[in-house]
Design a protein around this ligand. Structure first.
Ligand SMILES: Cc1cc2nc3c(=O)[nH]c(=O)nc-3n(C[C@H](O)[C@H](O)[C@H](O)COP(=O)(O)OP(=O)(O)OC[C@H]3O[C@@H](n4cnc5c(N)ncnc54)[C@H](O)[C@@H]3O)c2cc1C
Length: 458
């Protein structure tokens, strides 16, 4: 259980004002090789692997659980589970190893989902849209085109100068290579990316990269047999024991030639972590990094990031035929993609009457607005006479902002990701997480494997 907001502010205020010294009467000191900020996909994986590599760690996680974007709803009435964050993972050795070390059983997905039907509706009007997504016949051609740039969904190492077609809108990339048949597939997989067609092609390729496209073409995906991806993080929490500081935040971070000192406010009061290195896995927006003593270089690079927004939840509905899900589409737009902000889909879950909803926006919105819009979109479907669906409330709701950090085309062309990559190791600090690899846990873990030797080095 974490601190209440009031308690946390009290500890943070007192701790931030105090000099960052340890010793008698001061906050308890924890000495570790690496201090990891953020215990989601990247932070948890890194902590577990660093321990395997013989390094001691402490993970500072703001929430009272590890897992970040991996979240599972437990239905109290049926005991059923619904993964509302991370659902599928690429079938990669790194994924099987990670779940395997915690004894969490995986099953392969066949691609047929729950075997239901998708009806395309325009949630702005509630009316059906006469649309059937084309077979993605251009996927092999897409894979070939993006492979010219290597695994930029794993480690973002772009050619210098950055090719103009990666900076230009994804719509131009699609048109130039005749890839129209895959646009809906990329849109559906790339939920949360924002305005897919207008964003620089790099961002579409980073999210729907060699890893994902290759798995659709042949490799496959996995999920947990229990349909509860959070099991991985529950077991990792047990494994890390006292090394996982939950409900805790870094209040001040000082980095010097001799090491890193992190003042942490948590449920047990203030602590100082003295570490050789820092690994930051929280979304690297400057406003999230207020505790860090960022220097001018770090500030000028990280200050270019802008966030997108992605929201998810479980709603109770009645009146939809069994197995029918609703996907958003528009009659008048290129490739029938729905304008955002808007619902992506309302999909049936394994629990009758409960539906997973996904909503996206190019920039963050208040949660109250998103919740209202999700409900209104569903109610318009009934009002239009498309389906007699009744909205009966949210079983759960989660905002996942900031999501899909991106920079403007000018910064991308100007070598932003070269400068970002150059921050690795600067000021004894390493960086990982979706903004450094891709919004894809398998790609994050593969990317981290490349980084771990430097972090673990003495
Ligand atoms: C709805 C949804 C569905 C997704 N589906 C999939 C999927 O099916 N497959 C897939 O591979 N990927 C999926 N993703 C992408 C997902 O983002 C990545 O797989 C991965 O979880 C990103 O890991 P991360 O470590 O960068 O971020 P996170 O997992 O979010 O971890 C960041 C952690 O930092 C913590 N934190 C933030 N600020 C602070 C602070 N100041 N101090 C301490 N801690 C802090 C957060 O609480 C969080 O635990 C999905 C994402 C969402 C939102």
């Amino acid at each position: 259980m974490g601190l209440t907001r009031k308690q946390m502010l009290g500890v943070m205020g007192a701790a931030a004002a105090a000099p960052l010294v340890s010793g008698a009467g001061g906050p308890r000191v924890i000495r570790r090789d690496v201090c990891v900020l953020g215990g989601g996909s990247a932070g948890t994986y890194a902590a577990v692997r660093l321990r395997e590599l013989g390094r001691s760690v402490a993970v500072v996680e703001a929430r009272d659980r590890l897992g970040g974007h991996t979240e599972t709803y437990h239905d109290p009435a049926t005991g059923g589970t619904i993964d509302i964050g991370v659902v599928v993972l690429e079938d990669e050795p790194v994924v099987r190893d990670h779940f395997g070390r915690f004894g969490v059983e995986l099953v392969r997905l066949t691609g047929g989902g729950e075997g239901g039907t998708t009806a395309y509706v325009d949630f702005r009007t509630g009316r059906p849209v006469g649309y059937t997504p084309p077979a993605p016949v251009a996927l092999p051609a897409y894979y070939e085109q993006i492979s010219r740039y290597g695994p930029i969904d794993t480690v973002i190492d772009l050619p210098d100068p950055v090719p103009a077609e990666l900076v230009a809108p994804f719509a131009d990339f699609v048109a130039a290579h005749d890839l129209g048949s895959i646009v809906r597939l990329v849109f559906d997989y790339g939920q949360g990316i924002g305005d897919l067609l207008r964003l620089p092609a790099f961002y579409a390729i980073n999210l729907f990269g060699q890893g994902v496209a290759g798995k659709i073409l042949g490799g496959g995906f996995v999920t947990t047999a229990a349909h509860d991806n959070s099991l991985l993080y529950e077991r990792a929490t047990e494994h890390l024991g006292g090394d996982a500081l939950l409900g805790s935040r870094a209040v001040r971070v000082e980095r010097s030639r001799s090491g890193v000192r992190v003042l942490v406010a948590g449920p047990d009061g203030a602590r100082v972590i003295e570490a050789g290195k820092l690994l930051v896995t929280i979304p690297p927006l400057v406003r999230n990094l207020g505790a860090l003593d960022l220097d001018g270089t770090e500030r000028s690079v990280l200050g270019r990031f802008e966030p997108g927004a992605y929201y998810t939840g479980v709603v109770r509905l009645s009146g939809l035929p069994a197995g029918v899900g609703l996907a958003n589409a528009a009659a008048e737009t290129p490739y029938h993609l729905p304008p955002l902000p808007g619902l992506y889909m309302v999909g049936p879950s394994a629990v009758p009457g409960l539906y997973n909803v996904k909503y996206g926006s190019p920039s963050p919105l208040p949660d109250a607005v998103v919740r209202r819009e999700i409900r209104a979109g569903i109610e318009r479907v009934a009002a239009a006479g498309t389906y007699p669906v009744r909205f009966e409330g949210f079983a759960t709701y989660a905002g996942h902002t900031p999501f899909e950090l991106h920079v403007r085309p000018r910064d991308l062309a100007g070598g932003f990701y070269r400068r970002l990559g150059a921050l690795q190791g600067h000021n004894r600090t390493y960086w990982s997480g979706a903004a450094w690899h891709s919004h894809n846990s398998a790609r994050i873990w593969i990317g981290l494997e490349k980084l771990l030797p430097s972090i673990a080095a003495g």
